[in-house]
Structure formats: C-alpha cells, structure tokens
Design a protein around this ligand. Structure first.
Ligand code: NAD
Length: 487
C-alpha cells in the first residue's frame, strides 16, 4: 500500500483542548486506496477524561437559558457555512462521496442542524392539566439528562454527528461523541470551529477511535446515562447489551432494506428518475436508499428497460470530478462485501443488467487503487434470498414484478427491517391505504428524501428504537417530570 509522505494526524478534543493520543490507526482515502490520515486509537482512559470534562461543564451549561445556548449554536452554524468548501473537500476525501454531494447535502445540512435545533429548542412547550375538583394543577417540566454519549457512522460523517450534537447541547446536556474511525476528519475540523464559536470547554468532547475500544468504553461508562447511536443493527445489539446493566436511555437509528412500490398508474418519468437517485445516491450508502423495487406487472418490462437505461447513465468515478454522480465506496472490505451480494445473486440465477461485471469503469490513473463500483441493477432473485433480505449498503438494487396491491404490501413488509419506503401512484386513496399498511418509519409517496426536521425520523422492527427530530430529539435528550400543586 503506497503511503503519502506526511499524514494528517488527528487529536482528541477534551475539555476544550486538543490532546494527542499514544496510538493511532490508519484512515484511507477511498478514491485512491492510500492511507492519508491517522486517527487516535482511544480507549477507556481517553473516554474517562472526556466524561470527566463533560461532567464538570454540565452545571454551568445546563443553567444557561435556551436563548444563550441557541446563540452559540447559531454562531457554530455560521462558521460551518463560512468554511463550507474546506469541510466539503475534507468530507469527500475522507468518505469517498462526490464533492458535489458533500457541498450540496452533507455540509449545508450540518450547518442547518445547528440552526434548526437552536430555533427548535425555543419552541418546545410543556404540558399542563387541571384537577379543579381536587384543587390541583399539574404540569410537566423537562430537564437535561447529563452527559450524553453520541456514536455516529461513516456514511454522513458531519451531517449525522451534528444531528446528535445539536439537539443534545441545545437541550442543556454536555456530550462525549465518537465518530466512525473511518471518517473522523470533519469532526476534528468541527472542534476548531467550536473553539471559535465559544462553545465552553467540556460541553462537547470528541474522542476518536474504534467501536470496540472507544465506543464500548463510552457505552459502558456508568456516568453516561444516555446513548444516541446511528449505525448497523448488529452493533446496536452489542450496545443494547453493554448498556443494559445501567438501564441507559437509548436511541437507535439502524439499517434498512427499503422497498419502492411502483403502481401502473404512476408518473413513470418521475418514478424512474427519483428511484435511480434513491437507489444509487452517495454510492447507495444511505440508510434510506431503495434496494428492492416492486413494479406492477403490466408496466414491468417498460419500467425495467427505462430504469436500466437511466442507471447506465449514472456516472461513477473520481469524487473530485463534478460531473460524476458517485464516487468511491468507503473501504476495500465494504466493496468486497457489496460485490459478494452481486456474485450471490448470479449464483442463484439472477440477471445483472448493468453495473458490476457488466460495465467497465473508466477511471483516471490516480484512482486505480480506489474502491469503485458502478450502479448495478439485478432481477430474478427470490424474495427469500439474502440479496433481498439483507442490507447491502452499496449501489445495488433489485427489481421484481407484482400482481396485486396486497402482494406488493406483503413483499414490502417481508423483511426484518422497517426504515423507509416509497410508493408511486396517482391514486390518492391507494397512496393513503398503502402508506398506512407499510411497516416503515418513513413513507414517501411520489418523492424521496423530503425531510422536515420537525417530523419524527426513525425505523420500525430491526431498523431502530425511538425517533429523532424537533420534538422527539428534545424529548430524548431531556427527562420529563410531572409536578402536582394543590392550592
Ligand atoms: P457500524 O455499526 O459499524 O458503526 C457505527 C458506529 O458505531 C461507529 O462509530 C463505530 O465505531 C461504532 N461501534 C462499532 N462497534 C461498537 C461497539 N461495540 N460499541 C460502541 N460503538 C461501536 O455502522 P457503519 O458501518 O459505520 O454505518 C453503516 C450502518 O449505519 C448501516 O447499517 C446504515 O443503514 C446505518 N445507518 C443508519 C441511519 C439511520 O438514520 N437509521 C443513518 C445512517 C446509517
């Protein structure tokens, strides 16, 4: 493996200061396959120091008014916006996503997360009830919980990390966050911006490292009473076990195997253009990506032909090239895992219409060692196949026909996941009916990825526990207390 002469060496951020770590792990540029960055390999000692700093900062931060906290969050949002280009370049290099995606989705949303929760926290109301016959007035108050443990994945590094930090600190908690060891750079850059924004020392601490060392130390720390986790269902199981002895509050945002249901009366132009985007955006590395497309039999052939033609136009290559739709997958191991699903489909009699093994990528010399894979469309795989049951998390989608609405709903629900779904139809009654029957936390009809941050976000079944979003995040990051006063 070729290594550049000088690495970026990251440091932990604890108590408002950058602190070096004794050992480090390599992080790769997915578009070249080269190591370009060294990430602290933190463990229990670093987590202990971060929790101590967060505990010390808690009383003063939680006593500030929501308006005072919101001012700091807004300042941080301004600074992220002012540094958008640097952050986007770093995110693209670290994660493999296209520079265009990082510029237009990841970094603007990271800034907006702070702005949104700065405002949202000012508009939360408590409840009140009268019991005049007993001379009682009852009301609720909400208090920050304490030190929040935040663990985020690699697919939207800064976007998902800030989606947790912003509501946690807006509500008056202090935090210890652990980003994915594969994508730590923008979190480290955020630490410098937090210093400039006047986030008081200890309010946000970031500890870098692996899940098995730093992550599990955070989850099993007795003085961290709540954990907000986004990542895989397998890791969520471990986190649930590790935190169980302490009865921690848990929010788990997990994987998906999201269906698209395309009915014969759908606007096919829109359905195809959006389903290509929903299947392949960000290399298919979005928990909300479509990976099973069920199409009503009468339009199946037309849909498939046009969908494959559109998928072939989805350009994959150097992430820094603005004309590309997709960049590189996160790692060599992940690329191999995604490819193994295509091989499995073939071995079971599936047909690969485009992409992996069919279309050759024309990559620049410098990207020869990168982890690229073209948009891949498969048919002829049975619903019980692992290809149709497991989350692939890459640019691969399967298309399959259905006869009736009941059959479509039953296929959509026939997996252990329940994160999101899309429904394509012009029949309003059907849209309501199907949306209600689908087991998913989010159902988009005739669109995809429309997000109002006020609304609950999260999954059913193995896709998660709890919801995030304006009021839901506020509720998660606070403890509610019911108070009764007799006069
Ligand atoms: P992952 O579960 O491997 O890792 C997520 C985070 O957990 C990382 O920071 C990792 O270091 C940490 N971790 C790993 N083991 C741990 C342990 N034992 N204790 C504590 N922390 C541990 O997930 P990933 O591969 O980084 O991300 C991809 C997954 O995330 C996919 O399944 C995807 O669907 C899911 N995801 C879900 C959402 C959502 O909102 N529902 C959003 C994005 C990604």
């Amino acid at each position: 493996m070729a290594k550049p002469n000088s690495y970026v060496v990251l440091e932990n951020y604890i108590g408002g200061q950058f602190r070096s770590c004794r050992s480090h792990i390599d992080a790769y540029d997915p578009s070249t396959g080269e190591v370009y960055c060294r990430v602290p390999d933190s463990g229990a000692e670093e987590v202990e120091a971060a929790v101590a700093a967060a505990k010390e900062a808690f009383p003063a931060w939680s006593e500030r008014s929501p308006e005072q906290r919101a001012q700091v969050l807004n300042k941080l949002a301004d600074l992220i916006q002012a540094n958008l280009e640097d952050l986007a370049q770093a995110e693209s290099k670290d994660q493999g996503k296209t520079i265009t995606f990082a510029r237009t989705v990841d970094i603007p949303r990271a800034a907006y997360n702070f702005r949104f929760f700065a405002s949202s926290v000012l508009h939360q109301l408590s409840e009140c009830s009268q019991m005049d016959h007993l001379g009682c007035l009852n009301y609720t108050i909400r208090c920050p919980v304490g030190v929040a443990g935040l663990i985020s994945p690699w697919n939207f590094p800064l976007y998902l990390l800030t989606w947790k930090i912003a509501p946690a600190i807006a509500a008056g908690n202090t935090v210890v966050a652990k980003p994915s060891e594969m994508t730590s750079v923008t979190a480290w850059m955020l630490c410098k911006l937090m210093q400039q924004a006047g986030v008081p020392p200890g309010v946000v601490n970031i500890v870098f490292g692996t899940g098995s060392k730093a992550g599990s130390a955070l989850v099993s720390h007795p003085e961290v009473p709540l954990i907000s986790f986004t990542g895989s269902t397998a890791t969520a199981r471990l986190i649930t076990e590790l935190s169980a002895p302490y009865c921690k509050k848990l929010s788990l945002e997990l994987g998906g195997k999201n269906p698209a249901l395309v009915f014969a009366d759908a606007d096919l132009d829109q359905a195809i253009a959006t389903t290509v985007r929903s299947s392949f955006s960000n290399q298919g590395e979005i928990c909300l990506c479509t990976s099973r497309i069920y199409v009503e039999k009468s339009i199946y052939s037309e849909f498939l032909e046009r969908f494959v033609a559109a998928a072939k136009k989805w350009r994959t290559g150097d992430p820094s090239d603005e004309s590309n739709n997709n960049g590189a997958l996160i790692s060599k191991e992940h690329l191999e895992k995604v490819r193994s699903f295509v091989a499995l489909a073939k071995s079971e009699g599936g047909i690969v219409h485009c992409g992996e093994g069919v279309d050759k990528l024309d990559l620049p010399e410098r990207n020869a060692g990168g982890y690229f894979m073209p948009a891949t469309v498969i048919t002829g795989v049975s619903d019980s196949s692992r290809v149709m049951q497991e989350e692939i998390f890459g640019p691969v989608t399967c298309v399959s026909p259905f006869d009736t609405e009941d059959e479509a709903v039953s296929k959509a629900n026939g997996v252990r996941y329940g994160l999101s779904a899309t429904v394509w139809s012009r029949d309003v009654a059907r849209v309501h009916r199907v949306a209600r029957r689908i087991q998913a936390g989010l159902v988009w009809t005739n669109c995809w990825m429309v997000r109002d941050l006020n609304l609950p976000f999260g999954g059913m079944k193995s896709s998660g526990v709890g919801r995030e979003g304006g009021r839901d995040s506020f509720h998660f990051f606070t403890e509610v207390k019911s108070i009764s006063i007799k006069h």
